[in-house]
Design a protein around this ligand. Structure first.
Ligand code: NAX
Length: 330
């Protein structure tokens, strides 16, 4: 009998949670022979909705779903007990008129408690993907309150930005998604992020040699990726959910499966100050590669004056965010 993997999802009855947990339960992520126990965590007032989600999980009769544990956010340690993976989705979404700094101050304290509870209750080698925004800084707060969990086990989600960028490049070049690779997302998951076309590849060639319209790359491409979340809200009347859930699951897969040669997976990770001129102590989007067990920051990405300016601007925003929450960092 294979021991089950325990996976916690906060905000499990929300849009992204609802789009993620059935796929986690189905065997798609960890394999058809790997039992999964889902730990579903919600606000106390959303536990009724979570009961409905649980009924639907039962009604899927997934052979790989070995159990469901439900907890409210007043009992986080019960929720995270023994978990190997934690997806931190639950948080307050940004509302009209709210400044980014306001959102950081509202959500920051949630991630203080969350970090402490993960350290106290989760598996000692737990891996955590932070989705709730502002995800880079929320990740920094949570990991700061869980010093016994290795820093390399924490990821903030920039995979949705990577997937958006890949799709834009494929559309423009008229090629299949699988033909586009090595697309890094540098910096913050925000409108300052830099979707890196300079190092991107299309059918193994530099994307800039296939898409020669450099004005399109520097303006339309970059701004479309940076503003895609807002465009989805405008069109759909609700923020990205299925694509965000998909990206969270891609982040997990990107860590547990070897990265194909010649490409990268994008996630924001804790910086040690040794790579690409990015200062220590922030959670910054970088190009990563995994061997299925451990990951590394990929070396050797070309950075020209333009991309240096873009990366530095996003890093500056991350440093400002860190400053905004300095009282929440031990
Ligand atoms: P929803 O409002 O649909 O769902 C959030 C759920 O979290 C709700 O059910 C709520 O009850 C629950 N919740 C709130 N505070 C909680 C807490 N302290 N503990 C446990 N549960 C809690 O939002 P949804 O569309 O699912 O988005 C969730 C988060 O993802 C938001 O912060 C959003 O900004 C962020 N996003 C991040 C993206 C990324 O690429 N990193 C993209 C998509 C998304 O915007």
């Amino acid at each position: 009998m294979t021991a089950p993997i325990h996976v916690a999802v906060t905000g499990a009855a929300g849009q992204i949670g609802y789009a993620a947990i059935f796929r986690l339960a189905s065997g798609e992520i960890f394999g058809p022979d790997q039992p999964v126990v889902l730990h579903l965590i919600e606000l106390p007032q959303a536990m009724g909705a979570l009961d409905g989600v649980h009924m639907e999980l039962d009604d899927c009769a997934f052979p790989t779903l070995a159990g469901v544990v439900k907890s409210d956010s007043d009992h986080l340690e019960d929720g995270f007990a023994g978990c190997h993976w934690v997806l931190l989705v639950g948080s307050i979404p940004r509302k009209a008129g709210m400044e980014r700094a306001d959102l950081i101050r509202i959500n920051g304290p949630i991630f203080t408690q969350t970090g402490k509870a993960i350290q106290a209750a989760a598996d000692k080698n737990v891996r955590v993907v932070v989705v709730g925004n502002p995800c880079n800084t929320n990740c920094l707060i949570a990991m700061s309150h869980a010093p016994n969990v290795p820093r390399e086990n924490w990821f903030a989600m920039t995979r949705l930005d990577q997937n958006r960028a890949v799709a834009q490049l494929a559309n423009k070049a008229g090629v299949a998604i699988k033909d586009v690779g090595n697309v890094a997302i540098w910096g913050n998951h925000s409108a300052t992020q830099f979707p890196d076309f300079l190092n991107a590849k299309i059918n193994g060639k530099a994307a800039t040699s296939v898409i020669t319209d450099s004005a399109w790359l520097k303006s339309d491409f970059v701004s479309t990726v940076q503003q895609r979340g807002a465009a989805v809200i405008k069109a759909r009347g609700a923020s990205s959910a299925a694509s965000a859930a998909n990206a969270a699951l891609d982040t997990v897969k990107g860590v547990i499966r070897p990265t194909p040669a010649g490409t990268c997976v994008s996630a924001a990770v804790y910086t040690d100050g040794s790579q690409y001129g990015i200062p220590e102590g922030i959670v910054c989007g970088l190009p990563l590669s995994s061997d299925g067990k451990t990951w590394k920051v990929l070396p050797g990405y070309e950075i020209d004056d333009y991309s240096r300016g873009m990366i530095d601007a996003s890093v500056k925003e991350l440093l400002q965010e860190r400053d905004t929450v300095k009282d929440l960092l031990p």
